[in-house]
Ligand binder design. Structure first.
Ligand SMILES: Nc1ncnc2c1ncn2[C@@H]1O[C@H](COP(=O)(O)OP(=O)(O)OP(=O)(O)O)[C@@H](O)[C@H]1O
Ligand SMILES: [Mg+2]
Ligand SMILES: [Zn+2]
Length: 289
């Protein structure tokens, strides 16, 4: 090896080490990382991630919402942030969009178009893009970082699990149909293989809130998520009913739990965050703090 290339290797290595320290430092300022995932598309991961984040923020916690769905980011649309762009912060990092005093958001959908291209060209590997987000975003001190991922157990949730690492909780979203239940088994196995603590399963689209009278109707078989949680020995966080207002508010970019605070589905979200706000003592012992 020539002297010159040896030097290059050396500086590459120290740059890598420095970045690793930067990443660790950022992660240490975040209390609880919650990765929202599911084996299947369209079960409401993004809806759940957004409304969990808002609910935690409403409960007085400092919350970041990170969308690592690189190909189909939907968080900007759900929160009415389409057209907004992330900017640089004073220290050369990336400043999130502050949606409210307690809630900040980052998504690949909020990058400048030129940056999006740069991100794609510079790092063909999704791992690097996610690593950069985790390393460079200046969230400040956070109580919770909620991370929305694309469907399945592919590169994105894997990258998060590897990069955020210890102390990450997973929230697995499913729907009552049997086919979704089969997928959730895979998600739970994925978490176990990567040592992610499964904070629990959420059964979304579970029963219907009648648009006429507001009463709940069991449209599909409900309870599959709870049964599965029992079978797999992981907690069940609760059921969120199907509510047409969730679709409407999502399409309109209005945060559902804020706009329809009194609805059964919003109340369901309030129940679901309870165990995340007040984890059982054994969970506390696994906390990074
Ligand atoms: N409880 C619910 N009641 C009614 N509609 C819902 C509910 N949850 C989600 N939806 C709707 O279902 C659709 C899919 O939801 P969402 O985009 O959150 O799913 P996803 O799992 O993130 O999808 P993808 O796999 O594409 O990322 C959206 O139109 C959303 O408004
Ligand atoms: Mg989604
Ligand atoms: Zn009715």
């Amino acid at each position: 090896m020539s002297e010159e290339s040896a030097e290059t290797c050396h500086s590459d290595e120290s740059r890598r080490e420095l970045e690793e320290i930067e990443l660790q430092t950022r992660m240490e300022r975040i209390g609880r990382k919650i990765l929202v995932l599911s084996g299947k598309g369209g079960v409401g991961k993004s809806t759940v991630a957004a409304n969990l984040a808002i609910s935690l923020a409403q409960a007085g916690k400092k919350v970041g919402l990170l969308d690592v769905d690189l190909h189909g980011p939907s968080i900007p649309k759900l929160l009415g942030l389409d057209g907004q762009r992330l900017g640089p912060d004073a220290t050369g990092g990336l400043s999130p969009i502050h949606v409210s005093e307690n809630l900040s958001v980052v998504s690949v959908g909020l990058l400048l178009d030129s940056a999006k291209d740069a991100v794609i060209w510079r790092g063909p590997m999704k791992y690097n893009v996610i690593r950069q987000f985790l390393k460079d975003v200046e969230w400040g001190r956070l109580d919770y970082l909620v991370i929305d991922s694309p469907p399945g157990t592919g590169d994105e949730p894997l990258a998060v699990a590897q990069l955020v690492g210890k102390g990450t909780w997973a929230v697995v979203v499913t729907t009552p149909q049997d086919v979704a239940i089969a997928d959730v088994r895979r998600s739970v196995s994925f978490c176990k293989a990567l040592n992610l603590r499964v904070a629990g399963i959420i059964e979304n689209m579970s029963g219907l809130v009648c648009p006429h009278c507001g009463k709940e109707v069991d449209l599909f078989k409900v309870g599959g998520g709870e049964r599965l949680a029992g079978e797999m020995g992981v907690p069940f966080l609760g059921r969120i009913p199907l509510d047409p207002q969730i679709v409407d508010s999502g399409d309109a970019g209005k945060p559902f739990v804020q706009c329809y605070a009194g609805s059964p589905a919003a109340k369901a979200f309030a129940c679901v965050i309870e165990p995340l706000l007040n984890p059982a003592p054994e969970d506390e012992s696994a906390s990074p703090h």
